[in-house]
Design a binder for this molecule. Structure first.
Ligand code: ADP
Ligand code: ZN
Length: 709
């Protein structure tokens, strides 16, 4: 017997399989999708068994041993790896590595074992066992079995360790080993489901009507329209059919609330996201492989969850940029999802209040089936958005909170309602400048200003992570002239406690949620009304559902508009709509105050009207004129080097190379210096390819890739 093994070597040149003979002691084992140890040159390496094959002409070596007792890649996932390799021009090993949890990757240093615990069972009838007991503690141990079939060592120890030992020695208790999963989901009492309203019911019926056709649906529902309720209903149906459901959310901050809601309806759920540690991910993955769950909820990489018999895939907040992975393999979860629904003949539901232009364009062309939810599910009105001109406010010395926002916050606090404040900037101050000599702190590796973090007393680069401690005097002129400008979340937190001394304020951003479980805690506590004001970065803007929130303040709406990216308007529109949607979700009418220096900006006007259609029309026109998606496809190449002239020369060469290979209608722009030209000590150039159809593109990119290895 011979097998093809994909050997994990850190080089693209060797991205291929090798044939090994299966030793006789392994012939009875199932091998496909498992990791094995193989001899490779003078090394011993790990690899994945991909398929069986015929005896080759040349002499082959034998496998050394089998690593996994259960396959870690299903046949579907093995195929998916091939697709990913072609689609993203990456090595097959890097594709499998992206799919698997750390502990299951080949040659990974994280070696995990199953977590085992000892459990005990009675060997006799409980009455007979009682009679055998010699003292009170032994009796107490046996009593445990009135309610349980088995007990854990921990439970037994709490009563008597010596008693336990005696009972085992006498053969009254039998010791067994059992695997326990590391991640323990908080159990929720199951609740009655809501009755779908007319629009929701129609959405549900539409999906069910073309259930096994691998159809993509765009569920476009305003914030609070009850999209999640529709998902739950469809999932229930899917489970009744004996199938499974895969639910993707863009960010881990969304999982706790969603998970709580799912847990109130369903029991067999696994989660996969970056908030789990290696052991927990390893367990969740195997739980899924063993078919012990019906639903998987997770972030981007959960799209590879080894579910069998998938009945529906849901991508919530489908417009989110985080569904695209920015390092190798640069896949988009949407492409993988489409591949998987083809395999399983099941629907894919893309849900959003602000669909990406690409998805909306596809819906208009009937490539996707369009399902609108136009009303809020609980009849509450959409919030009222008010734009405040900060240019005017500055004259009244209200640079941080406008007069109106400050007044409204006081009003809400008095009414015992809650307030959300969005400020998309971490840290304390964003610029530190010397008033004496004009010196400004910049990252020595990136050409951007350092942000001051007061809690750690550090200056930090938000791109490469460079840090240095705060200095008392200017490092340039040695005078006491350092000033701290710009508003970050830390400073806002301080400011709020000054202005509203009795308000209970909590901050949520990447710095305040480093500790495991801290997201969940902040959300929980805010939900339970332990706080009056939640301030934070975009983390607080999405998906969260807090009934008591009646006011949302957006402090610096302009920030997201000024990012040099063709998508910045789209991203800003969706961020601001999402954030606005957090206001007034149950019995209160929501109010939103949007602070800006450009009150006439059309994106902000569309947000004010909550008018997706107007935004869509306007932005599509711009995209058409400028030849951007969805009218053209884009390929974005980055050329990086620590050597300035090498980067310049090679990017010119790359462009020449492409020019000779690509179709003449394809537009080739650059090389230009990237937005962040000097980052982490490395120079960045960009080449942009815009095309509608180019039969030579894939080949050209492949050979370019090989040329620059
Ligand atoms: P979305 O996911 O579109 O933001 P949700 O599903 O979170 O909307 O629903 C918003 C709110 O409306 C939630 O509090 C939810 O409990 C409630 N809701 C949803 N559907 C219904 C319904 N059919 N009847 C009553 N309330 C509903
Ligand atoms: Zn830096």
């Amino acid at each position: 017997m011979y097998v093809e093994v994909l050997v994990e070597i850190k080089s693209k040149h060797v991205d291929k399989t090798f044939i090994y003979q299966v030793p006789s002691f392994l012939e009875q084992e199932s091998l496909l999708g498992k990791r094995v140890l193989v001899p490779f040159g003078r090394q011993t390496l790990e690899g994945y068994v991909l398929r069986f094959c015929k005896k080759p002409e040349i002499e082959t070596k034998e496998l050394i041993e089998l690593i996994d007792s259960e396959p870690i890649l299903t046949p579907e996932l093995m195929e998916l790896g091939q697709f990913l390799k072609e689609d993203t021009l990456s090595s097959l090993t890097s594709c499998y590595a992206a799919m698997l949890p750390k502990a299951l990757k080949a040659n990974h240093k994280v070696k995990l074992k199953k977590k085992m615990i000892q459990t005990y069972r009675l060997t006799l009838d409980i009455h007979d066992a009682f009679r055998e007991c010699q003292n009170e503690s032994q009796k107490k141990l046996v009593e445990l079995f009135q309610e349980k079939i088995k007990i854990t060592k921990k439970e037994a120890q709490a009563i008597s360790l010596s008693g336990l030992k005696t009972l085992v020695k006498k053969g009254i208790l039998k010791e067994e080993e059992e695997e326990v999963y590391r991640y323990q989901r908080k159990e929720q009492a199951l609740i009655e489901k809501l009755k779908l309203n007319e629009e929701q019911q129609k959405a549900y019926d539409t999906v069910l009507a073309s259930f096994d056709e691998s159809q993509v649906f765009l569920l476009h529902g305003v914030t609070g329209s009850g999209k999640t309720e529709v998902y739950l209903e469809i999932i229930e149906k899917v489970i009744q059919m004996g199938k499974t459901a895969l639910v993707l959310v863009p960010e881990i901050s969304l999982t706790p609330q969603l998970l709580e809601r799912f847990s109130k309806r369903f029991l067999r759920i696994a989660v996969l996201h970056s908030g789990l540690n290696d052991g927990e991910r390893y367990d969740e993955w195997r739980k899924i492989l063993r078919g012990e769950v019906d639903i998987v909820i997770g972030a981007r990489s959960a799209i590879f969850a080894p579910l069998k018999d998938i009945g529906v895939i849901i991508m919530d907040e489908e417009h989110s940029q985080s569904y695209k992975q920015e390092n190798t393999p640069r896949y988009h979860a949407l492409d993988v999802a489409k591949k998987r629904i083809e395999y399983h003949h099941c629907p894919l539901i893309l849900g959003s209040a602000t669909p990406s232009l690409e998805s909306m364009a596809r819906a208009l062309k009937k490539v996707y089936q369009y399902i609108p939810l136009t009303q809020r599910a609980n009849q509450s009105a959409l919030p009222e958005v008010k734009i405040v001109d900060m240019g005017v406010e500055a004259k009244y010395r209200h640079a941080i909170l406008s007069r109106e926002l400050e007044y409204k916050i006081i009003e809400k606090l008095n009414k015992k309602e809650q307030v959300l404040l969005l400020l998309n900037r971490r840290g304390y101050s964003t610029t530190i400048t010397c008033s004496n000599c004009g010196f400004t702190y910049r990252c020595p590796y990136c050409d951007i200003t350092l942000t001051y973090h007061k809690s750690k007393n550090q200056l930090r680069c938000h791109y490469c992570g460079y840090t240095k401690y705060r200095e008392e005097v200017c490092p340039n002129c040695h005078e006491d002239g350092l000033n701290y400008y710009g508003l970050g979340t830390e400073k806002l937190e301080d400011y709020l406690s000054e202005v509203f001394p009795t308000a209970r304020v909590v901050r949520m951003d990447r710095d305040s949620t480093v500790k495991k479980g801290s997201y969940e805690k902040i959300i929980q506590d805010f939900q339970n009304y332990q706080y009056d004001i939640l301030l934070g970065t975009q983390m607080i803007s999405k998906g969260l559902d807090f009934p008591r929130v009646s006011l949302v303040g957006i402090l610096n709406a302009d920030q997201s508009l000024n990012i040099p990216d063709y998508r910045s308007n789209e991203n800003a529109f969706s961020l601001l709509c999402q954030a606005s949607g957090r206001a007034g979700r149950k019995d209160t009418t929501g109010e939103v105050i949007l602070q800006t220096f450009y009150p006439q900006n059309y994106v902000l006007q569309c947000v004010k009207e909550q008018n997706y259609e107007r935004f869509f029309q306007y932005e599509m026109n711009i995209r058409k004129t400028l030849k951007y998606p969805p009218f053209y496809y884009l390929v974005h190449l980055t050329i990086k080097s620590k050597d300035y002239s090498l980067a310049t020369e090679e990017s010119k060469k790359a462009k020449e190379f492409l020019k000779n290979k690509l179709d003449s209608q394809t537009i080739l722009l650059g090389p230009a210096t990237a937005n962040l030209f000097f980052v982490g000590g490395v120079y960045h150039y960009e080449i942009l390819i815009k095309y509608r159809f180019d039969s030579h593109l894939k080949e050209a990119l492949k050979s370019l890739d090989e040329l620059f290895l």
